[in-house]
Design a protein around this ligand. Structure first.
Ligand SMILES: Cc1cc2nc3c(=O)[nH]c(=O)nc-3n(C[C@H](O)[C@H](O)[C@H](O)COP(=O)(O)OP(=O)(O)OC[C@H]3O[C@@H](n4cnc5c(N)ncnc54)[C@H](O)[C@@H]3O)c2cc1C
Ligand code: SF4
Length: 501
């Protein structure tokens, strides 16, 4: 028998987009139902075990997707209340002002957004408050203007990183404090452990969408959360103008969700897949797909992991405090943007063994003891021939190859030079592939013209009146800094508009 849930607003997915939206809509006087395929991530010792999290991949989905050649891979997806933010590195950066304009790159145009930095600025400020961001102003020359300071001071560097910062400054670079959402305020819950980036937080001190948004939203009598609800399909009126129902699979059997407004917030791949699966005679190519762009323009950033090996042991616990944007807009002799460099969580032997097949334990241990660990990230350029499709057997297929590779290689060369100059003679690097899809975006881009975008500038479908997509799908370009603060800021903006309508 099919059960039915009636509500005013249905939010499908509880990650950065859905969680923030639920928080923002909790008191607008409407019933809000949050529908999440996963469960709450349990607080347990394994949360902070590198062997469990990276070795056994305890929290990563066991679902398999296919790459463009049909090879199966296990994507970097975490299906829990809070979505991928449960394991994210809590770097909460604003995009730069230039990222909102058309910007020429090595491999083509990074398209303009239909909104400006100034449109989003007040919402960035609110998102930083909501996610309790620690940061510092005046250090990074690419910083956009802000209407106020960060809610909390920057997270301090530990001694090895403080020394590295000084050596980078001596090279004329401008290292800056990475804006971070961890509860390190006076009396805060964070114990500054070494298992934050890529791990769940066992003490609920990381500003993920579950802790910061979903749980506070559930304090409102208007908000209901149903976990273990996998939404398979959206059903429209016969003329296709409105969604009337979401059909879901649950452990207890099928569930119909009836609502006045539907917010799809499943992440860029799963949201596109849900719209494509919802094709019907009024929307033969998928819901909200008159532009033909649902699932297209998938972007993922171009990522390289960097291990800089020094002569001495690196005893840093919480390492992810520093970033460098000096190559953001290019370098002398290369007119196109290169990207950004930031420190990541301290590598541990099981993490290296999980990344490099058959790496002997002893070597992994030696590397991890001596390394300072960085990430190089370059912008990925959208293209309609790269995207998400649903194969006939229901498996998701991702067609993606990294773009801007020469710019990215230049960025990595700069990183190597900078780190060697700072006392780390051996620098190892590894380019990430399609499996590392943590920064996926772009599959239902927003814009003002229904012919070349799926959503309007407030993330409402151009085609279906009561359908919204509020997650990283709306990004017309990937920019280069971490996406969550931008997703959260836009979710707050969408909620304001929706509540005012
Ligand atoms: C290891 C790692 C580190 C990262 N570090 C950072 C960082 O430091 N800073 C940063 O900004 N970003 C970081 N990211 C990226 C960041 O986590 C994502 O960009 C962000 O979570 C995307 O938000 P979203 O709302 O688009 O999707 P998600 O957060 O993925 O949320 C989607 C939600 O929808 C649910 N869902 C999916 N399909 C369905 C369905 N059919 N029915 C019901 N529910 C469904 C999922 O379970 C999930 O809860 C990191 C990601 C990873 C994996
Ligand atoms: S560093 Fe703080 S926020 Fe991060 S996992 Fe450890 S306790 Fe949690």
């Amino acid at each position: 028998m099919t059960a039915t849930l009636e509500t005013d607003i249905a939010i499908i997915g509880t990650g950065a987009g859905g969680g923030t939206l639920a928080y923002a809509l909790r008191d607008v006087g409407a019933r809000v139902a949050l529908l999440e395929r996963g469960d709450f991530l349990p607080a347990e010792d394994e949360n902070w075990s590198a062997a469990s999290v990276f070795g056994d991949q305890r929290y990563k989905t066991s679902e398999l997707w296919r790459d463009e050649r049909g090879r199966p891979f296990r994507p970097s997806m975490h299906y829990f209340v809070g979505g991928n933010t449960k394991v994210y590195g809590a770097a909460l950066a604003r995009m730069r002002r230039e990222d909102f304009s058309e910007y020429r790159h090595e491999d083509g145009l990074s398209p303009a957004w239909p909104i400006t930095y100034e449109d989003l600025e007040p919402y960035y400020t609110r998102a930083e408050d909501l996610y309790g961001v620690h940061g510092a102003t005046g250090e990074d020359p690419t910083d956009p203007p802000r209407s106020g300071p960060y809610p909390f001071p920057a997270v301090a560097d530990e001694p090895v990183i403080a020394a590295l910062r000084r050596r980078l400054e001596a090279q004329g670079l401008h290292p800056y404090a990475l804006p971070l959402g961890i509860d390190l305020r006076d009396g805060g819950l964070c114990v500054r452990c070494g298992t934050c980036d890529g791990f769940p937080c066992k003490v609920n001190a990381k500003s993920d969408a579950d802790i910061r948004c979903v749980r506070p939203a559930l304090e409102s009598p208007n908000v209901l959360l149903r976990t273990g609800v996998y939404v398979e399909r959206l059903i429209t009126t016969p003329n296709g103008e409105r969604v009337v129902e979401a059909q879901a699979r649950t452990r207890g059997g099928p569930l119909r969700i009836l609502a006045d407004a539907f917010f799809v917030c499943c992440g860029a791949v799963n949201s596109a897949a849900l719209l494509l699966r919802s094709a019907n005679p009024s929307h033969p190519d998928g819901l909200s797909n008159s532009s033909g762009l649902v699932g297209r323009n998938y972007m993922g950033h171009v990522h390289t992991a960097i291990l800089a090996l020094g002569p001495r042991r690196n005893r840093t616990t919480f390492q992810k405090t520093l970033a460098v944007n000096d190559y953001y807009h290019g370098d002398e002799g290369w007119p196109w943007p290169l990207g950004t460099l930031w420190l990541i969580g301290k590598a541990q032997a099981p993490m290296l063994r999980a990344a490099v097949n058959r790496l002997p334990n002893e070597i992994a241990g030696t590397l991890a003891r001596r390394s300072v660990d960085w990430w190089a990230c370059s912008e990925d350029i959208p293209s309609p021939d790269r995207g998400v499709a649903v194969d006939p057997d229901g498996t998701l297929r991702i067609t993606w190859r990294p773009t801007n590779l020469e710019s990215h290689r230049r960025l990595v060369r700069h990183a190597k030079r900078m780190l060697r100059g700072a006392g780390y003679p051996l620098v190892l690097t590894r380019l990430m592939d399609v499996e590392f899809n943590a920064h996926q975006c772009g599959t239902a881009r927003f814009g003002t013209d229904a012919r070349d975008s799926v959503l309007d500038p407030f993330c409402r479908s151009h085609d279906v009146q009561n359908l919204f997509v509020v997650d990283s799908s709306f990004f017309p370009s990937s920019a280069v800094l971490n996406p969550v603060l931008t997703i959260a800021a836009q979710a707050l903006r969408v909620a304001d508009r929706f509540a005012a309508a």
